[in-house]
Design a binder for this molecule. Structure first.
Ligand SMILES: Cc1ncc(C[n+]2csc(CCOP(=O)(O)OP(=O)(O)O)c2C)c(N)n1
Ligand SMILES: [Mg+2]
Length: 591
């Protein structure tokens, strides 16, 4: 008999020793060599061969499977995990229908430049081998066509050695800059056929991703000269790594150059936002003060900044007077289908390099002492001012959360659309993880669970602040956290609405001189109000709320944090008033 813990963690009964091997056994052995902590999956018969190999050949360990209730969440969990660690895990999704479910999350990982190995299945491609009806229904010609425009690479190999090679190539590809997802569709027949000839597994040590590209001596000379001559240099800190040494290197560079810095809520933490040279609060859309700093800069160094062209346009209009240096590998991933490459930015110097490597190279090359910054130090964050009066808002909630944490480090894995950069101090690369990448509502709960899996066992508390719309769309992702005893905290910023779209309807009504007061129709998530905490409790998690007053909120957050520290996953439903920051509202309503 299995004990309760073994059942919870899906420990299978042992199998008698056997020399017989099946195609999927070798695929499973290769997956073991990837050295991943777990494999996320939603089951399906198209990969029943692989499923059997994971259970009966590998004994469901190294890696153990993590069962997920929806393929979209399987990929979102892998996405959330990779955002913390920089390392991919594998998500397995069933043939065509499972892949259809997974598509939005694959797009999110693509647009966020995050590595995810998506394994899928199909077939048998040999029609003579198909079971009637269902094998035909779940076999598609060129299945990857559904997602080809937003994966870095895909394959549908037709033998065991070709499948092993495809997974090896995909593994290397997703970890080569710019990162992103790749997809391998495994033929059911290949998985289920007996292997009679010896097959050698690829040696992954000989298939490592290439070293990150660095700047040539010539390019570096030009870059150093431009930056040394700059009077008002500005660094746009975009998509950078999670490592602490790289974080320190960025600080050193900024101080040596006397540069101003802007950061962006769309990208994970890249620079401390309380540093005197951090010139304006980060936003999803840029605030007026950030635009003014940009307009004054004479040299702009973009370190893989998301949407450089759009940013320059907002500050300079059609004519960019500053010298612009772009450091990015992103162009390698651009294609004609997805416009996530954004507008075409001017670049007086373009270095197709790893931005963190260039920061290090600059620090090695610049010998001058620290320069006086050209911008005034920014005032303290809103968080350090007295708590704003009035009804419960997301900003007030952030205050309460900060107090309740009482100095414990946290990782804000996700924040709601009404978040603003000065609600929270960013002091470490894991303090804030950015957004979902693709703007796909419903990704929050899965990414919250993935980030929590990556942080389990550390003293950093995984916290996701989600919109109620986002939570409700993805809520069954959190069962996986209960199942595998992953500690974490979701706080739902519950304005009882798909409020973002109320802002849009208001804009349209104003433009057409129609009734603005009707903006809530078809947007409100009320009458009946879904029981958000109940949805957590029903899946085996702790659910609290709804809460709207200060005292109950402070108590609830303290108790929730204590439970997370004891290994529980907690959802706290907080009723907040609707409202976005001025930059967010103007970003949404600009025509
Ligand atoms: C899959 C998907 N469907 C619809 C949208 C359009 N959309 C953008 S934001 C939003 C509202 C999200 O509601 P919530 O999470 O509660 O955030 P709020 O705007 O209320 O703060 C919607 C429906 C989207 N981006 N993605
Ligand atoms: Mg909402």
């Amino acid at each position: 008999m299995l004990n309760k813990t073994q059942q919870a963690f899906d420990v299978p009964l042992p199998n008698p020793a056997s020399d017989r091997r099946w195609g999927s056994d070798l695929i499973a052995e290769l997956i073991r060599k990837l050295d991943i902590p777990f494999i996320v999956l939603t089951p399906g018969a198209s990969f029943r061969g692989l499923h059997d190999s994971l259970v009966n050949h590998l004994g469901n360990s190294n890696p153990p499977m993590r069962v997920v209730l929806h393929e979209e969440h399987a990929v979102a969990i892998a996405h959330g995990y990779a955002k913390v660690t920089g390392k991919p895990v594998a998500a397995v999704v069933h043939s065509n229908v499972g892949l259809m479910h997974a598509t939005m999350a694959i797009f999110d990982a693509w647009a966020d430049r995050v590595p995810v190995l998506v394994l899928g299945a199909t077939g048998p491609l040999d029609a003579a081998k198909r079971r009637p009806w269902i094998d035909w229904l779940h076999t598609s010609q060129d299945q990857a066509a559904m997602i080809r425009h937003y994966v870095k690479w895909d394959a549908q190999p037709s033998s065991v050695p070709a499948t092993l090679e495809a997974i090896t190539r995909a593994w290397r590809t997703i970890q080569t800059l710019p990162h992103g997802p790749a997809y391998v569709s495994m033929d059911a027949e290949v998985q289920e056929s007996e292997v009679l000839e010896p097959v050698v597994l690829p040696d992954l040590g000989r298939h490592q991703p290439p070293a990150p590209p660095v700047a040539s001596a010539l390019a570096m000379n030009q870059l150093v000269e431009t930056l040394q001559q700059a009077k008002r240099p500005l660094i746009l800190m975009g998509r950078m790594g999670r490592g602490e040494p790289a974080w320190q290197a960025r600080l050193q560079l900024v101080e040596r150059l006397g540069a101003a810095v802007l950061t962006d809520l769309k990208a994970a933490a890249s620079f401390p936002n309380e540093h005197p040279q951090h010139a304006a609060a980060a936003g999803t859309f840029m605030g007026e003060d950030a635009k003014q700093i940009l307009a004054q800069a004479d040299v702009i160094l973009s370190l893989d900044w998301v949407d450089l062209a759009g940013t320059l346009k907002q500050a300079f209009g059609g004519q960019v007077s500053a010298t612009v240096i772009q450091v990015s590998m992103d162009h390698h991933i651009h294609n004609g289908w997805s416009m996530d490459h954004q507008g075409l930015p001017v670049a007086d110097q373009f270095l197709a390099c790893d931005p963190d490597e260039v920061v290090q190279q600059l620090n090695d090359a610049l010998t001058t002492p620290a320069k006086t910054p050209w911008t005034e130090p920014q005032g303290p964050l809103a968080l350090h001012s007295p708590m704003p009066e009035g009804p419960m808002t997301v900003q007030r909630l952030a205050h309460h959360l900060w107090l309740a944490l009482d100095g414990q480090p946290a990782c804000l894995a996700r924040t709601p659309l009404s978040w603003n950069g000065d609600f929270w101090p960013v002091r470490h690369p894991l303090d804030y993880l950015g957004i979902d990448g693709g703007g796909g509502v419903g990704s929050g709960p899965g990414m919250a669970v993935g980030a929590a899996m990556a942080l389990a066992g550390t003293d950093r508390l995984p916290i996701s602040l989600l919109g109620d719309g986002d939570y409700l769309m993805g809520v069954n992702a959190i069962w996986t956290a209960a199942k595998y005893q992953i500690p974490g905290l979701i706080i739902v910023c519950n304005n009882r609405s798909f409020y973002n779209d109320e802002v849009h309807q208001e804009r349209v009504a104003r433009q057409r001189e129609r009734e603005v007061a009707n903006k809530w129709v078809g947007q409100r998530l009320d009458d009946p109000a879904p029981d958000l905490a109940g949805l957590a409790r029903a899946q085996g998690l702790i659910g609290m709320g709804p809460i709207s007053d200060d005292e109950s909120l402070q108590q609830a957050l303290k108790s929730a944090i204590a439970s997370v520290n004891e290994g529980k996953f907690v959802v706290v439903d907080v009723h907040v008033a609707s409202g976005y920051s001025p930059s967010m509202t103007s970003g949404l309503t600009k025509s």
